[in-house]
Design a protein around this ligand. Structure first.
Ligand code: PLP
Length: 386
């Protein structure tokens, strides 16, 4: 069988490989603390589960509109208005099975040989993978530890060439947890006025995981770029619903019909009952998110201090998400060696930095989506082996 050339360019997300490895070790009777996977360790709130059960009992078993049921899209529009005071018509919203299809569809629509796409490194591995798959040239925007893994708008603008099609921004950021300042987003939008053909994909999947009382610096606050802005968000991280596969995205008027055609060609629609549960999530109280963030704040302090107390490890204090991306090179091991040793000798699963970009040799990613007690235990175990 001759597999297509484009497939051979496709990458993967190694956090899933690590999850399988960790699960295998657990099934063999080993005690493993998983700080590898990026999903909240909380149960989906009961009122969301009840809404889904009721929807199934009420007979919501069939196909829905491919772009998502109108009530839910209106609900997302109200949510955007409530949180950002932005006006986005329900007609520009697409409901997707998780956030990932938005990345896939963006590349299907915009990526092609002869064009360049700027993406963050370190960054979510699916960006580079999908850019390569589309045939476009991936151009990394390097996020540096000394800048708290943030970027300056000027540096991003300098990367733009005649054939730049798209810039991908992820804020708050995976894998570093960095929260890019509102000012830099504003400057970037200003600077992009000179480049009217360059589109933006803003991945805001961690929009509800922000610390220290700060506000989410969303691109949705800039209507002047709406005709070339795609925003990715969803329920996975905000409401602990990763396995429900529920995402939403906002598209330019010109692209919404085209992207809906991609939905029709791939998954037809998101399960009907899940869409009803998704509306219940948006319309329910924020108590769950507030409690989750109180817990994440405590863990962030624990893990940042704990890692900085280990010899040879340097860890920044991130402003969002639930990841830290420490530099481990002064421990005498690079990121790959360090994460392998953690798994083999301490029974702690983490992800090597190179999973998020070739340049990230000195780093590893810890997810603190695990209990306070487990994080404490993991830190003790790691202290013993380094
Ligand atoms: N974007 C980023 C930056 C992520 O970290 C993830 C998941 O880890 C996604 C998108 C995909 O989210 P979902 O599970 O909703 O597809």
């Amino acid at each position: 069988m001759k597999i297509s050339k484009s497939y051979s360019r496709l990458g993967t997300e190694s956090a899933f490989v690590i999850l399988s490895k960790a699960q295998k070790l657990v099934s063999e009777g080993k005690e493993i603390i998983n700080l590898g996977i990026g999903q909240p360790d909380f149960k989906t709130p009961d009122h969301i589960i009840s809404a889904c059960k009721k929807a199934l009992d009420d007979g919501h078993h069939g196909y829905t509109e491919p772009n998502g049921v109108l009530e839910l899209r209106k609900g997302v529009s109200r949510y955007i208005h409530k949180h950002y005071k932005a006006q986005v018509n329900a007609s520009r919203i697409l409901i997707t099975p998780g956030g990932k299809p938005t990345i896939f569809f963006t590349m299907m629509l915009l990526g092609e040989p002869g064009y360049e796409i700027i993406y963050p490194e370190p960054g979510f591995p699916i960006y580079e993978s999908m850019i390569n798959y589309s045939g476009a040239k991936p151009v990394p925007m390097f996020l540096k530890e000394q800048n708290d893994f943030s970027f300056k708008a000027d540096e991003v603008l300098k990367l733009i060439k005649k054939n730049t099609k798209l810039i991908i921004i992820n804020n708050p950021q995976n894998p570093t947890g960095a929260l890019i300042d509102e000012n830099e987003i504003k400057k970037l939008v200003q600077g992009l006025k000179k480049y009217p053909d360059v589109c933006i994909l803003s991945d805001e999947i961690y929009s509800r995981q922000i610390y220290d009382g700060k506000k989410m610096p969303t691109f949705l606050n800039y209507p002047e770029i709406y005709e070339r802005l795609i925003v990715l968000d969803g329920w996975s991280k905000s409401y602990a619903m990763t396995g429900w596969r529920l995402g939403w995205s906002v598209w330019p008027d010109k692209l919404i019909e085209k992207v809906t055609r991609l939905a029709i060609n791939s998954y037809s629609c998101v399960p009907a009952a899940n869409q009803i549960a998704a509306l219940a999530a948006l319309e329910g109280s924020d108590e769950f998110i507030n409690n989750m963030m109180n817990e994440f704040s405590k863990r962030r302090k624990l893990i940042v201090n704990g890692l900085n107390n280990l010899k040879g490890i340097k860890c920044n204090n991130p402003g969002g998400a639930f990841y830290v991306f420490p530099n481990v090179i002064n421990s005498g091991l690079n990121g790959e060696q360090f994460s392998q040793k953690c798994l083999d000798e301490a029974g702690v699963a983490i992800v090597p930095g190179t999973s998020f970009g070739k340049s990230c040799v000195n780093y590893v990613r810890f997810s603190y989506a695990n209990s306070y007690e487990n994080i404490e235990k993991a830190l003790e175990k790691i202290a013993k082996i380094i």
